[in-house]
Design a protein around this ligand. Structure first.
Ligand code: NAD
Length: 312
């Protein structure tokens, strides 16, 4: 029996891309109750459609920068709440900083009060250099402060904490309009357009399929590992290979065309997952072709009711 069985779990940001998959995974693993707290600032009710009928699931509309508490025990608190895509962070800079600071602290207080394990979703961005006033700083600095706060609650109050630095993840319910190349390909595929590559297509990306990421998250929560752990797919793929895999997943009907590179590309990092391999026995398993096929199938099925597109 796995260790989630019979446990009561709170997921902050449970209506988002990763949070909603996490809620499903925890219920499938036998959690006695999963409670999502979300203010739907970037999440979507439709992400919870498959959970509505589940009596062990509860969705609460709540902004976690405001205090919250529960009666009864809580065994795990997963903090997945934060605008995450570059476009969302750019349009919600203050909300991003506040949820990273106040929201994280409210989650840590709950974990402290209930003697629960607290897992913080952090980011690969923290592996690079810091610029506190750059255009994407609100996200990086919120995550940096979040990690510091998590470590402080561990030291000062003995809260059992886990930190995961997540690298680019894709799958059903991901946010397509986030300004990055691979989501843009998915959007082009769904609109029936040809794939456009800016540059010669030799630039590399690495994307982890959502079910692999969740497997790592759950393993980390169950472990005793308190240092930050990287989770992502270390297999680098060129943009041309991505476009070809997408074309294969679509049955080969699309053309690929090339345009000159516009300005700077966002930084990409290949994850070093040696510690996740060693300490958690974790390894991404889903092949790119299979993950893309699942993702396209999902987006086609919701195409009649597309999620709202937030303006940049
Ligand atoms: P998402 O935007 O789909 O989900 C975030 C959820 O948090 C949304 O449902 C949103 O409504 C909720 N939220 C935001 N502020 C809130 C508040 N004040 N109160 C309550 N709920 C609030 O993003 P995602 O891709 O699912 O990311 C989840 C977490 O993983 C984030 O912390 C993100 O930084 C981290 N992460 C994700 C990736 C990735 O590739 N998706 C990469 C690195 C880190």
């Amino acid at each position: 029996m796995n260790r989630i069985h019979g446990k009561r779990v709170v997921v902050l940001g449970g209506a988002g891309f990763l949070g909603s998959h996490l809620c499903e995974r925890l219920l499938a693993d036998g959690a006695s109750e999963v409670i999502s707290l979300d203010n739907f600032i970037t999440g979507d009710e439709r992400n919870l459609a498959g959970l509505r009928m589940n009596k062990r699931f509860m969705s609460l509309h709540h902004d976690i920068t405001e205090p919250f508490s529960f009666s009864g025990p809580v065994d795990y608190v997963f903090n997945m709440a934060s605008p995450a895509s570059p476009i969302d962070c750019a349009r919600l800079p203050i909300e991003t900083l506040r949820v990273g600071a106040l929201g994280t602290e409210n989650g840590l207080r709950l974990a402290h009060q209930k003697d629960a394990v607290f897992l913080q979703a952090s980011t690969s961005e923290l592996c690079g250099e810091s610029n506190p006033i750059g255009p994407r700083s609100c996200y990086d600095e919120a995550k940096r402060y979040g990690e510091a706060l998590v470590a402080a609650y561990r030291r000062a109050h003995g809260v059992r904490t886990r930190i995961v630095r997540i690298f680019n993840t894709y799958g059903p319910r991901m946010r397509l309009n986030d300004g990055r190349a691979v989501p843009a390909f998915l959007g082009q595929a769904l609109r029936g357009e040809d794939f456009i590559i800016f540059g010669d297509g030799s630039q590399t990306r690495s994307f982890c399929y959502v079910s692999d990421l969740l497997d790592g998250l759950v393993r980390l929560a169950m472990s005793e590992v308190e240092e930050p752990i990287n989770l992502g797919n270390p297999r680098e793929t060129t943009l041309l290979q991505f476009a070809e895999a997408m074309r294969a997943a679509m049955g080969g009907q699309r053309r690929i065309s090339f345009k000159p590179l516009l300005g700077d590309e966002p930084n990409q990092r290949q994850p070093d997952i040696s510690r996740a391999r060693k300490l958690l026995g974790w390894e991404p398993r889903v092949r790119l072709e299979d993950g893309l096929r699942e993702t396209l199938t999902y987006f086609r099925s919701v195409a009649e009711h597309p999620a709202p597109v937030h303006p940049p």
